[in-house]
Ligand binder design. Structure first.
Ligand SMILES: Nc1nc2c(ncn2[C@@H]2O[C@H](COP(=O)(O)OP(=O)(O)OP(=O)(O)O)[C@@H](O)[C@H]2O)c(=O)[nH]1
Ligand SMILES: [Mg+2]
Length: 454
C-alpha cells in the first residue's frame, strides 16, 4: 500500500519490481479508497518536482525494496527464520530435495548485482544535475541492495522447513549436516539478507539527501562499498547453502510406495557386492569397513515392475547412543521407509566383525524391525567349510548362528556365484510379497478414508 501511494504521489514511474508488487498488493490488500488514483493530475509541475526529489529516498525505501523486505516483516516474530511454512507444508512426501532451488555462488550474486545496479539510470525528466545525480545514486544503491537481497529471500522461501519434511528426509538432513546445522545455515543467509536491506536503505537515504552532485557521487560510492563489504562478510553463508543444496540434491530418490529391499549388516560383509549383482546399483566395493558411507540406490525391473534396492552403511555392535551418523543413516532407512530387509552375515570373520558381534547386532535389529519381510543371507560362502555335517550340542544359539546362520538363511558367494540364482529368486519373491503388502495397506487406508468421510 505504501509503495503504490508514494509512487503515485511522486509521479515516479515504478520499476518492474515495484509494478509487480503493486499488482500483488492491489490484488489483495489495498482497500480501493486508499489508492490515490488521479492525485497526480492535481499537482503542478513544480510541486511534483519538489516532492519528487524530497521523497525519492522514501519511495526507494518503501516501494522498491518491498520484495526483499516483505520476508523480514513476516519473519520478525519468529526465532527461526523459516518464513514460508505454507510452502514447506507441501513437502510432506519424499522428494523435497529434488525440488530445491539452484543456489548461485556468492561471487556470482555479487557480480551480477553490481552489473545490474550500475546500469540503473536516473528517473527521466530531472533537469537539475545535482537532483539527477542523487536520484541516480539512491536508485543504484537501492537496486544493488535488492539484487543482493532478493535471491537470498527466494532461498529462504524455497528451502523447506525441516519440520514439514518426510521423517526420512528430516533424518537425512540431521545425520548428514549434524543436528541444527541446516537451520543455522539458513539463519545466516537470512541475517545477511536483513543486514543488506538495512545498510542499503540507510545509504540510499543518505544519498538522496545529498546537497550537491559531488556529495551524491561520494555517497553512492560509499554506499556501494558498504553493501559490498556487508555481502562479503556474510557471503560464506550463501556458499554453505550452495553446498547443502548440492549435497541434498545428490541424495538418492526413494519412493516409499515402491517395494524396496534394504541391505543391512556389519561393515565389509559384502552388502554392496550383493547390491551390484541384484540390481542396477553400482556401489563401490572395497576390502575395508565403511566403504559405503551413505544410502545408495539400485533398481530391479521384474515383469515390467520396478523395485528399489538400498545399500546402506554397515552397523557395528554398539549401543544405540554410541552409533555414528553414518550408521544412523541405515537406521533412518529402516525406521522411516517400509522396506523389506536383506540381512547379510559374514560368518567367515573376514569382514573384521566377529560372528559373535554380528549376532548381537542381528538380534537387536531383528527385534526392532522383525515385522518386515525378511531374508537372511550368509555371504562369502566360498570361504566357509561345509556346515551341513556340523552338530551343535544343546541349545547354544550363538554356536548355532556361527555354524549355520539364522534359521532359513541362504548361502551365497559373489566370487564363486554359488547360491546367486537362488538369492535372486528369493529376492524377487520377497519384493512381490512386499508389493502385495503395500497394496493391501493402501487399500486399507482408502477404505478407512471412505468410512471416516461417510
Ligand atoms: N571371498 C569373497 N569375498 C567377497 C564376497 N563378497 C564380497 N567380498 C569381498 O568383501 C569385501 C567387502 O565387500 P563390500 O561389498 O564392499 O562389503 P560391504 O558390506 O558393502 O562393506 P561396507 O560398505 O564397508 O559396509 C570386498 O573386498 C569384496 O570383494 C564373496 O562372496 N566372497
Ligand atoms: Mg558397501
Amino acid at each position: 500500500m505504501r509503495a503504490s501511494n508514494l509512487l503515485h504521489q511522486l509521479q515516479i514511474p515504478p520499476t518492474n519490481l515495484a509494478k509487480r508488487s503493486i499488482r500483488r498488493f492491489s490484488n489483495s490488500q489495498i482497500p480501493k479508497g486508499c489508492f490515490p488514483v488521479g492525485d497526480t493530475g492535481r499537482k503542478s509541475a513544480s510541486e511534483t518536482q519538489k516532492s519528487h526529489s524530497l521523497c525519492i529516498c522514501r519511495q526507494l525505501q518503501s516501494s522498491s525494496c518491498e520484495n526483499a523486505e516483505e520476508g523480514t516483516r513476516r519473519s520478525n516474530s519468529e526465532d527461526v527464520v523459516f518464513t514460508l511454512e505454507k510452502a514447506s507444508k507441501k513437502h510432506e512426501t519424499v522428494g523435497a530435495f529434488q525440488k530445491l532451488p539452484m543456489v548461485m555462488p556468492a561471487i556470482d550474486i555479487l557480480s551480477s548485482a553490481q552489473r545490474k545496479a550500475r546500469n540503473v539510470p536516473p528517473t527521466k525528466g530531472i533537469a537539475n544535475i545535482a537532483k539527477r545525480e542523487k536520484n541516480r545514486g539512491a536508485k543504484q544503491l537501492d537496486a544493488l541492495m535488492k539484487e543482493l537481497a532478493v535471491p537470498l529471500r527466494t532461498y529462504m522461501e524455497t528451502f523447506p522447513n525441516k519440520r514439514y519434511l518426510h521423517p526420512y528426509e528430516r533424518s537425512l538432513i540431521e545425520l548428514t549436516f549434524g543436528e541444527g546445522n541446516y537451520e543455522q545455515v539458513l539463519g545466516r543467509v537470512d541475517a545477511l539478507r536483513k543486514k543488506l536491506i538495512s545498510v542499503g536503505k540507510q545509504h540510499a537515504s543518505l544519498c538522496a539527501q545529498s546537497s550537491s552532485k559531488r556529495e551524491a557521487e561520494e555517497r553512492l560510492n560509499e554506499g556501494r562499498k558498504r553493501l559490498e563489504e556487508t555481502f562479503n562478510i556474510g557471503k560464506s553463508a550463501v556458499d554453505d547453502l550452495l553446498t547443502v543444496a548440492k549435497t541434498l540434491r545428490a541424495m538418492p530418490v526413494v519412493d516409499p510406495r515402491t517395494p524396496t529391499l534394504c541391505l543391512v549388516g556389519a561393515p565389509n560383509v559384502g552388502k554392496s557386492s550383493l547390491v551390484r549383482i541384484l540390481s542396477s546399483g553400482k556401489p563401490e566395493v572395497c576390502n575395508y569397513p565403511f566403504t559405503t558411507r551413505g544410502v545408495l540406490m539400485g533398481h530391479i525391473i521384474l515383469n515390467y515392475e520396478r523395485f528399489q534396492v538400498t545399500d546402506t552403511p554397515g552397523l557395528l555392535r554398539r549401543h544405540e547412543d554410541d552409533r555414528n551418523n553414518i550408521e544412523r543413516l541405515t537406521l533412518a532407512v529402516l525406521s522411516h521407509l517400509p522396506t523389506a530387509v536383506l540381512f547379510v552375515h559374514d560368518l567367515s570373520g573376514e569382514c573384521g566383525t566377529s560372528p559373535d558381534d554380528q549376532f548381537v547386532t542381528y538380534k537387536e535389529i531383528k527385534e526392532r524391525f522383525g515385522d518386515r519381510l525378511w531374508l537372511d543371507v550368509i555371504s562369502k560362502c566360498d570361504l566357509l567349510g561345509d556346515s551341513s555335517t556340523g552338530i551343535i550340542e544343546g541349545d547354544d544359539a550363538v554356536a548355532r548362528y556361527k555354524m549355520f546362520g539364522p534359521d532359513g538363511s541362504i548361502r551365497v558367494s559373489v566370487k564363486s556365484e554359488l547360491g546367486v540364482d537362488e538369492l535372486k529368486s528369493r529376492v524377487h519373491q520377497l519384493l512381490i510379497s512386499q508389493m502385495a503388502r503395500i497394496r493391501s495397506e493402501k487399500g486399507e487406508e482408502q477404505s478407512d478414508g471412505m468410512i471416516s468421510s461417510s
